[in-house]
Write a protein that binds this ligand. Structure first.
Ligand SMILES: Cc1cc2nc3c(=O)[nH]c(=O)nc-3n(C[C@H](O)[C@H](O)[C@H](O)COP(=O)(O)OP(=O)(O)OC[C@H]3O[C@@H](n4cnc5c(N)ncnc54)[C@H](O)[C@@H]3O)c2cc1C
Length: 263
């Protein structure tokens, strides 16, 4: 509104694009956050890792392991309890761990009694196609909002490694809650791509209820990483709803731990 953006560019392009990026199709998000995000898109170059998004935590873990950090995977923390010195961390089906400091970085999972903002959700449908409906890598939005899909893309046009040779991977994203069945999604996809989607094979559907923390106004950047009870917290909900927000909060939490241990 402040930039005076009206008409088809706003209604048919920017609004559906932002609905998918913010997981918010009601335009409740802080305009300060939207401007921050649009700036990142304008300055950056969108992409995905060739090996999948798991390459990002794998890279962080490699660096940490080389520095002597022990990492255990596939273990669910169920409790954190204060002990005379430090903390007792309960793990589902495993022996508990004791620690001098605890940083809770479990995303928007409410299990560990950390204050969390409301979250927004996304549903992604994944299809395999023998023929790509387009050879461009652009994210398509539906300016006419003919159904639940806010954006779709042929992922293999960006990352050919995402499918076996000769196959194509198409994603279609909807904002949760959504109860649209597969046939409605396929119909909208065929309109958006101007292609027959009947031969496409549904591979899977990912419903991520806590995809992003809500960034409602007033926007509060740099929320405290010290929980009042002696634990620390890191995650995108402490900074901005993004990977870089999660990384920045992790750095802030680590600095807080080091400062407190040095006292
Ligand atoms: C479909 C989708 C697309 C996105 N695209 C982008 C994008 O293009 N760019 C961008 O910047 N951001 C994007 N995001 C947002 C980004 O993924 C998040 O902002 C980021 O992952 C948040 O990181 P985090 O460390 O706070 O939490 P998470 O990534 O959620 O990490 C929390 C971790 O804790 C683990 N965990 C949870 N509970 C427990 C427990 N009890 N015990 C042990 N472990 C536990 C989880 O398994 C998870 O591995 C996207 C999100 C989604 C869902």
């Amino acid at each position: 509104d402040r930039a005076g953006l009206r008409g088809p560019l706003r209604e048919s392009v920017l609004e559906p694009f932002l609905a998918g990026v913010l997981a918010d199709d009601r335009q409740q998000t802080s305009d300060a956050f939207v401007r921050l995000l649009v700036r990142s898109f304008a300055l950056g170059r969108p992409g995905v890792p060739a090996a999948g998004i798991g390459a990002l935590p794998a890279q962080l873990a490699d660096t940490a392991r080389r520095a002597g950090v022990g990492i255990r995977l596939g273990q669910r923390v169920v409790s954190t309890r204060r002990r005379a010195r430090g903390w007792h961390v309960g793990i589902d089906g495993q022996d508990a761990v004791t620690a001098r400091s605890v940083i809770v970085a479990t995303g928007l999972d409410p299990a560990l009694d950390v204050p969390l903002p409301p979250s927004r959700g996304l549903r992604t449908w994944w299809f395999a196609a023998d023929r790509a409906p387009s050879d461009d890598a652009a994210l398509r939005v539906d300016g006419r909002r003919r159904g639940p899909i806010v954006n779709t893309a042929v992922m293999t046009n960006t990352a050919p490694t995402y499918a076996p040779r000769g196959q194509h991977l198409v994603q279609a994203t909807c904002v949760l809650p959504s109860d649209a069945p597969e046939d409605v999604v396929r119909r909208q996809l065929s309109e958006m791509w101007d292609a027959d989607t009947r031969p496409w094979r549904l591979l899977r559907r990912d419903d991520i209820v806590g995809a992003l923390p809500a960034q409602d106004p007033p926007l509060r950047l740099r929320r405290p990483v010290r929980l009042g009870d002696g634990r620390y917290v890191a995650g995108d909900h402490r900074d901005t709803a993004s990977i870089q927000g999660a990384l920045v909060s992790g750095q802030r939490a680590a600095e807080a731990v080091l400062a407190d241990l040095a006292r």
